[in-house]
Design a protein. Sequence first.
Length: 449
Amino acid sequence: MTEPAAAPEIAASRPAAGPAPGTAPAPMPGPAGPVGHIRLTSHPSGGAPMAGATPPVVWGAPDAARRGPIVGTTLNRSHRNVIGTHSGSYGIYRALAVAAGSLKKAHRADLTDTSPTDIIGPHPSWFDAERIVSLDPFGAIVADAFREQIAAGVDIRPTIAVTQAHIELPEVKAAMQAGRMKADGKVLLENGSAVVTKAAIEPVWWLPGVARRFGCSEAALRRSLFEETGGMYPELVTRSDLEVFLPPIGGQTLYILGDPRHLSDPGVTLTCRVHDECNGSDVFGSDICTCRPYLTHAIEECIHGAQKGGVGLIVYSRKEGRALGEVTKFLVYNARKRQVGGDSADKYFLRTECVAGVQDMRFQELMPDTLQWLGIRKIHRLVSMSNVKYDAITRSGIEVVERVSIPEELVPADARVEIEAKLAAGYFSVGEVPGAEKLAQTKGRGLGD
């Protein structure tokens, strides 16, 4: 792609009903006063950048200074060195807050006392441009790593936050009452709370590396991202000099049980589950799938592992409905329940493909980056039946010793359709793989039942 010459500022569009002939048009009103011009970011800035303040992003550089900060600010476009803005999908809410006048556009985050509660890294994977392509490994420590640039007035924001918390699950308390789990006062408290370190990660995509992961050209990736977002980010096709994209999607939340420093030690037993969001089951306990029971089982396994001197990890990714979205997921539910013969395991994947055009859009190629950020080299117990996740993890160079299936007694009755279909499709299990006859006979309840 060739880079176009800088374009002049474009005057803001006016309302359809123009002013009376011979009168000057009034400026558009806005929450912070009249709007003069819209400054496009689809072309290189005409303003002079602050000398030395925003060096180019050199992905995979051997230290933070040479890598350079990720600057997605909307306050001074001469400082920007990425496509898009911070906060992922929440950037739209920021725009609404600015438009409504409840947020000053010029607000700068005060990062006092926001530093991570636990130190993660640095690990060798941070400096390998092929191992991490979808997050900023320095995203939690920008206040220290880029202190001089921030002091010079550059709006650099964290893309990772690390804190500590207590989490309470009724399933854990029930396990304690049943005698399966016992408080140790460190990992699991007497009141049933589990002590965790948790980290929130916003997506930061290095486009050349993302394209290689998906086996396509960077040009094809940029074009698809541009066209499938309705042209939301023209920089994708006009700014080939910018290689980093902050996509408007959800990120990941990590829950660590035990000492986070042990995650990178292959000699310490690591129990891990990589879980994709399912609001209906995870939060509200819908019984059409195994998501919540598998998640809570994994948390129980992680607690047990940490209590034995190991460490537990839950990686929770915002990929609702196999990354198809909740609307599509509910449409598929209706199609499954209303089809001739009812909801059956042999047509489980077909109904999704009929509605969405694809069985699954979670594409786990980028998922291992979070594990690489933590410095993980070995997962002793992977609480997952997904071959797609397993393959992505092992392809990234991480060893998996043992895979843990969901116990049969935790599978809800209406979720038998899902679990049998997945087993037949090749999902990991130590049990029997169902044949065609059993798939056809495995039925879920109807919509009115």
